[in-house]
Design a protein around this ligand. Structure first.
Ligand SMILES: Cc1ncc(COP(=O)(O)O)c(C=O)c1O
Length: 400
């Protein structure tokens, strides 16, 4: 079927974090202003309708009228294996899969299971802030192997620095974000292999968060870390239906661990986790029948990215932007305005009343950047951009 992603679906009054979560959003320190006129484009969930087979499957579950303790049927594991084989040419078997009610939760479990307080954990900033939370919240130390941006906002890995940091015997883990949020890099096989070799050589466990792995540009290929490397003995991969199919509220993450000992340790730390019947029926529906929707969604997001790029080139040429290889976020460089981070924030959040995410939350490397999440109807994105452009008009004119 053909989906209409331009449709504006009102999410207010549905317990949505983005649209109803004013108190929590302020508590997180994302903004001071949040009211009925705010356009929230900060968190990575979509304001777009999900695949019809998913809706049908959830209806069927509701219609049953009983929502008791639930187990994982064979179809659950088969759906996962089939998806990864078909989409990423990656063989995942039932025994390798450990369920978790969340990806950030799984990350915290991995940190607790495999490192000890005081250990160093490598991340590549600017990066998704809960990585820092999982490290510092568990009294481990952030070891930053910052990504390097060129003049086109294309980020690459500083391998020499990675090796230097992995060498330290206090460094025991590397949390990789692949595709990388917020820079959108989809790492090549060579990059993945090089990172893995360094970590293997220095006995550093890799946790690869691949939650954005299905959301790549039409012309890109995503290679799971497990597929790129020969030896998966020091690798844990986090996968989820969450981002791909817009079901963050259904809490379904699947952790893939090939090594038996690692898996046993991880599963023990996790404890028994049973799913909800909605989680199980959702995963089976989207992995078995969601491909057609995903292809349409990817095309829509690619189109929105192109639209934003053209809008900025015309109305806010000081903003530097690079269309990323993966994810549905854009990482916007506002440094061309020569104003500080507070003023950038004030103009966007308080004056334009658009809620993005300050780049500084992803690490100091992101201080003059803003992250915008694009999986909303294009008319909503258009209005947000027009509001922002208006608040920068005086500066845009001056520096031309
Ligand atoms: C890289 C990355 N990992 C994890 C998550 C969150 O996953 P979950 O809701 O399953 O904890 C996000 C959400 O934006 C993300 O970007």
């Amino acid at each position: 079927m053909k989906y209409n992603f331009d449709e504006i679906i009102n999410r207010r009054g549905t317990y949505s974090l983005k649209w109803d979560g004013a108190d929590l959003i302020k508590e997180f320190g994302l903004t001071e202003r949040y009211d009925e006129d705010t356009i929230p484009l900060f968190t990575a969930d979509m304001d777009l309708p999900v695949p019809q087979p998913l809706i049908d499957a959830l209806h069927k579950t509701v219609d049953h009228r009983i929502f008791g303790y639930t187990v994982f049927p064979e179809e659950y594991y088969e759906a996962i294996s089939t998806w990864f084989q078909k989409r990423h040419d990656w063989k995942v078997t039932k025994e390798q899969i450990v369920f978790s009610p969340g990806t950030v939760h799984a990350l915290n479990v991995a940190v607790k299971a495999f490192t000890k307080p005081g250990d160093g954990i490598i991340i590549q900033r600017p990066v998704y802030p809960p990585f820092t939370g999982a490290i510092e919240g568990n009294e481990r130390i952030v070891v930053n192997n910052a990504l390097i941006a060129d003049e086109n906002q294309y980020y690459t890995i500083d391998f020499e620095d990675l090796e230097e940091k992995a060498k330290d015997e206090k460094t025991t883990m590397f949390i990789l974000c692949h595709p990388h949020n917020p820079t959108g890099r989809v790492f090549s096989k060579e990059e993945l292999r090089k990172m893995a070799e360094i970590c293997q050589h220095h006995n550093v466990l890799i946790v690869a968060d691949e939650i954005h792995g299905d959301l790549i540009r039409k012309d890109q290929v995503f290679i799971p870390m497990a597929k790129a490397v020969g030896n998966t003995d020091n690798l844990i991969t986090l996968t989820a239906i969450n981002k791909t199919f817009n079901v963050a509220g259904l809490h379904c993450t699947n952790v893939i661990i090939q090594n038996e000992d690692l898996r046993a340790t991880f599963a023990t730390e996790m404890g028994m986790q049973l799913p909800s019947p909605f989680t199980v029926s959702a995963l089976i529906a989207v992995y078995n029948e969601g491909e057609d929707w995903l292809e349409q969604l990817k095309e829509y997001i690619d189109g929105t990215m192109q639209y934003v790029k053209e809008f900025l080139a015309e109305k806010m040429p000081q903003v530097k932007v690079y269309i990323p290889e993966g994810t549905y976020v854009l990482w916007l460089d506002f440094s061309g305005y020569n104003i500080n981070a507070e003023e950038i924030h004030d103009r966007i959040y308080n004056k334009a009343n658009v809620l993005l995410e300050d780049g500084g939350m992803f690490g100091e490397e992101g201080l003059l950047y803003q992250r915008i999440c694009l999986p909303s109807p294009r008319p909503v994105i258009k209005e947000a951009l027009e509001r922002i452009a208006k608040e920068f008009e005086d500066l845009s004119v001056k520096s031309q």
